[in-house]
Design a protein around this ligand. Structure first.
Ligand code: NAD
Length: 446
């Protein structure tokens, strides 16, 4: 469903009306296009004294072709403000944040990027350092709400020893791939990560399975993973067979018709993967999902069972069997698709929110276990994304979903897909146990 309001607000007449009446002003977001440079202009890099990340980050950005500035003069525009806050050891030291962001806030161009780098509070040497590092969340989330014009702001906690492995995350957050991701706290763990030989095709040689891939977000995931080099198996129910075949053709992949709620679905899937040329699967994306909305007082038990069955029990059973049969090798990636409803709850969605909170639980329960196998597990939590699912919403709710976020607009399926591709990358080897919202910093559950 087209966002007519956003189209109007970006027209000549619309811009005037929106400004005069103080209406929501959805900017055109800078989304990634093949061949785009990492950033469209210089990156301003600042650091609190004693920070351990500024130098590795400077080298990494320079190697990626970015122009780095340590300061700018009046009227100079930059495409990103990156601040290493790891040197901040107590609350007095937080003043370094003001000293950097106050003068440079206006230097950031539309769809610019703010990245604050911190140390995970639990890895710090003292309570005062832990408190100061925890404070960074408030700054970052507020900047996301203040700057507008499609600017995104994130806090990246990099564990000591994880400096080099932060590259894939920084590249994602700086680029147009993260257009609809803002106000997030992302954790990069300690350890090494392989550097892809081609950052435009980091998934070369990898086999990915995407569930619910016949349409909507799942089809976008299949396309983006294929664009990034993966061979894709697109899975969906037999009733969606024609659309599924279309996606498989377009991505030069394979189509697999399977109802994930069938009793023998995990067994059939495991057999299919074991018999394939890879003898398993490298990237597993649990995207298939349904809604059956009613308040709990009006809901019949079948609506409850169907939603829990597709959204939570199916991924849990599939993971269980594929891991038991060793069909996800070291270097493997599992990504779940949760929802902001699973974080904030939502009226009329007790079944759905329960299932999606369960997807977050799945990530948290499995991350430590899978780390021992060299496999990561993360989830994305989309907010309002323009798909067939949200086109069915009543108009009032749909408009609220679109506007009540820092971008004043809904996201696109590709925004969720790009986030999943980053998590699936070999370079994201130390990113595990994260739940990353793709919601334009929605006010729901913020
Ligand atoms: P969609 O309804 O357009 O697509 C979902 C796909 O899953 C369909 O092709 C469907 O056939 C498939 N599917 C359903 N049951 C299945 C089963 N038993 N076995 C195999 N495939 C099955 O939905 P979408 O909007 O693209 O959503 C994709 C995912 O994103 C879902 O998990 C959804 O909960 C989540 N999500 C969507 C939004 C949004 O705004 N659209 C927001 C938050 C989360």
């Amino acid at each position: 469903m087209a966002d007519r309001y956003a189209n109007f607000a970006n027209s000549g007449l619309g811009r005037t009306v929106v400004k005069r009446l103080g209406l929501p002003d959805p900017p055109r977001l800078r989304r990634f296009k093949a061949g785009d440079p990492l950033v469209s202009g210089p990156v301003l890099l600042g650091a609190a004294p004693g920070g351990r990340l500024a130098e590795p980050v400077r080298k990494l950005l320079e190697a990626a072709g970015a122009e780095i500035k340590d300061q700018t003069g009046e009227g100079v525009r930059v495409s990103a403000l990156v601040f290493d806050a790891t040197g901040i050891g107590d609350s007095d030291g937080l003043r370094a944040l003001f000293d950097f962001f106050h003068p440079y806030a206006r230097a950031l161009e539309a769809s610019g990027r703010v990245i604050v780098l911190g140390s995970p509070p639990e890895t710090t040497a003292s309570p005062s350092e832990a408190i100061a590092q925890r404070s960074l969340e408030g700054l970052t989330r507020s900047i996301g709400k203040e700057f507008g014009r499609g600017v995104t702001a994130q806090l990246v906690y990099v564990a000591p020893g994880g400096e080099a492995a932060a590259e894939s995350t920084l590249r994602f957050l700086l680029s147009g791939r993260s257009a609809y991701v803002s106000g997030q706290v992302i954790r990069v763990g300690a350890g090494a990560a392989p550097t892809p030989s081609d950052w435009d095709r980091p998934l070369d040689g990898r086999l990915a399975l995407v569930t619910g891939a016949a349409r909507g977000i799942g089809a976008a995931i299949a396309r983006v993973l294929a664009r990034d080099g993966a061979e894709v198996i697109a899975l969906d129910v037999p009733a969606a067979g024609d659309a599924l075949a279309g996606v498989a053709n377009e991505t030069r992949g394979r189509a697999l018709q399977l109802d994930l709620t069938a009793a023998d679905a995990p067994e059939r899937l495991a057999g299919y993967l074991a018999a394939g040329p890879h003898g398993g699967v490298d990237i597993l994306v649990h995207n298939a999902g349904i809604t059956r909305d009613k308040t709990i007082a009006r809901m019949d038990s079948s609506r409850w069972d169907q939603v829990i069955g597709v959204n939570l029990t199916a991924p849990e059973r599939v993971n269980g069997l594929l891991l038991e049969r060793d069909l996800i090798p070291s270097g493997g990636r599992i990504v779940g698709v949760a929802s902001i409803a699973g974080i904030a709850g939502n009226r009329g969605q007790t079944n759905y929110a329960t299932s999606k909170a369960g997807v977050i639980g799945l990530v948290q329960a499995y991350a430590p276990v899978l780390a021992e196998r060299g496999v990561t597990i993360n989830a994305v939590a989309p907010g309002f994304i323009e798909t067939a699912m949200t086109a069915k919403m009543p108009i009032g709710l749909r408009e609220a979903g679109r506007r009540l976020n820092s971008m004043s607009q809904g996201g696109l399926p590709v925004d969720v897909a790009e986030t999943i591709a980053w998590l699936a990358s070999p370079g994201s080897a130390t990113v595990t146990g994260n739940v990353v919202r793709v919601c334009g910093q929605s006010l729901l559950g913020a």
